[in-house]
Design a protein around this ligand. Structure first.
Ligand code: F6P
Length: 333
């Protein structure tokens, strides 16, 4: 019989609840005692917790957000905070901790593992899909679908008014959401860290404005730019204003924001979350520690948390090339 602690941390992602459900069911299967800590690492630091039973996870597989709540935890950046979290783990006689979250959450888990003897297991849950050593993170597919649905609607009004829209999507500083959403919505421009160097802002503004003018002259339709958040140095809204000034064509900024984090998880996220949740508990039975459970080519894999966090997963070059090749043709027509 082991005592397992579970928390969700950082930006919530659709499918986190499905992972929690799988962990609760698996823990029950192995007769483990499972304790959920609330509000990410704050729940460990402030000892805010509850024993998780089968009844707690009835009907949650299709719910967005996380029943354990989530938070970013500044205290985990200090030695005092980490020590306090460890004290709770020791006082509660925890044998293993499962953290569902992204890069920052895993870095917190690595800090704990340095000074705490228990097992530490990470499950990648973030809409950004920026974690190495896993094909996908829980929540990414849903966020992409949510953004596509919204942008398809923006397309209708953009076409009706023959207007330019600059639609900002999330992703922190990586372009997985931007490229996937941009390609799936046939955006006229996809701008992200991987393909749009903002060092020479005047040149970039010129290129963009020229393309907009040419395309708008040829085609009486909307022009959609899907842009990564945090890309334009003065803010993407400012870029929209600069495009309007330069082209004389209205460019409306539209920040999709947190709707991308919410909503019922799509099938892919529910299934991924279930597989990873089960595998996390399985790894605990095998006394593994310091690992992330991910998925590679459809197979569940275990990788060192250090490897998963040492760099940000890059957007596939094939995707970037596909976007480039498609745009070079479609903007002519
Ligand atoms: O990491 C998930 C994410 O949604 C990012 O895409 C975004 O940059 C960030 O979180 C927003 O965080 P917050 O909700 O704390 O502002």
């Amino acid at each position: 019989m082991k005592n397992i602690a579970l928390l969700t941390s950082g930006g919530d992602a659709p499918g986190m609840n499905a992972a929690i459900r799988a962990i609760v069911l698996s823990a029950h299967h192995y007769n483990y005692n499972l304790i959920g800590y609330y509000h990410g690492y704050n729940g460990l630091i402030n000892r805010e917790c509850k024993s998780l039973k089968l009844a707690d996870v009835n009907g949650i597989i299709g719910r967005g957000g996380t029943i354990l709540k989530s938070a970013r935890c500044n205290a985990m950046h200090s030695e005092q905070g980490v020590n306090q979290a460890i004290l709770t783990l020791e006082n509660d006689k925890i044998d293993a901790l499962i953290v569902i979250g992204g890069d920052g959450s895993f870095k917190g888990a690595i800090k704990l593992a340095k000074h705490w003897q228990g097992q530490v297991i990470g499950i990648p849950g973030t809409i950004d899909n920026d974690i190495c050593e896993t094909d996908y993170t829980i929540g990414f597919s849903t966020a992409v679908n949510t953004a596509i649905e919204a942008i398809d609607k923006i397309r209708d009004t953009a076409d009706a008014f023959e207007r330019v829209f600059l639609v900002e999507v999330m992703g922190r500083r990586s372009g997985h959401i931007t490229f996937n959403v941009g390609i799936a919505t046939a955006a006229e421009q996809i701008l992200s860290f991987e393909n749009f160097d903002c060092t020479d802002q005047a040149a970039r503004l010129n290129d963009l404005s020229n393309d907009i003018k040419v395309v708008q002259q040829n085609r009486h339709a909307g022009y959609l730019i899907v842009i990564a958040e945090n890309l334009w140095p003065e803010g993407n809204t400012n870029l929209a204003a600069q495009i309007t000034n330069k082209t004389g064509i209205d460019c409306t900024p539209c920040i999709l924001g947190h709707i991308q984090r919410g909503g019922a998880p799509v099938a892919k996220d529910r299934i991924l979350a279930t597989k990873l949740g089960i595998a996390a508990v399985q790894a605990i039975t095998e006394d593994k520690t310091g690992i992330m459970i991910g998925e590679s080519n459809g197979a569940v894999v275990t990788v060192l948390l250090q490897h998963a966090t040492q760099k940000t997963k890059e957007v596939s070059q094939r995707l970037i090339k596909a976007q480039h090749d498609i745009l070079s043709v479609s903007n002519q027509g």
